[in-house]
Design a protein. Sequence first.
Length: 186
Amino acid sequence: MMREDFAACREMYQRDGYVTMKDAVTPEALAAMRTQLDIWADESRQHDAPYGQIMDGRPRFDVEPATHGPDTPALRRITSPIEISDDFLAVARDNAALDLLAEVMSPNIKLQASKVNLKLPGSGTNVRYHQDFPFEPHSNDDLCTVLIFLDDVTLDNGPLEVVPGTHRGELYTLWHDGVFTGAVDH
């Protein structure tokens, strides 16, 4: 990416709160992550509930309760894949999005967490409009989520939608009538 492109991306991020980038990961790295994901999905057939363990004791692999089974694996989340996959770790350490992030935010980048979210057709998991920051509030708002798609994004497979400028506005509650919904009610 050229310096002028970095400047335009920085301006877009400051104005809109997001930047998009094509080909942030090499085709080879993307293929390796997809292969690993296929292996995990196949292994999930042996489980009927969340399984595995990350360093703090929570389950590493989460399955869709309504549809997952040996014949229809519905793995929906892998927490901290970089702890168990050299391919995911390599991408977390080296990809074009990191160069852009260093230019847009700061060269002092720290990885807080990694996960894979799978949005499977017919799975029943519905991700509603939300802001990321209220999920894990911080005292420092110099945070950025880097999202790497493992599949092409089309209108048919439910692309991510963003609302430009909301990074500068109000933080909305994800609690409604005393219940955590994980969604903004606006």
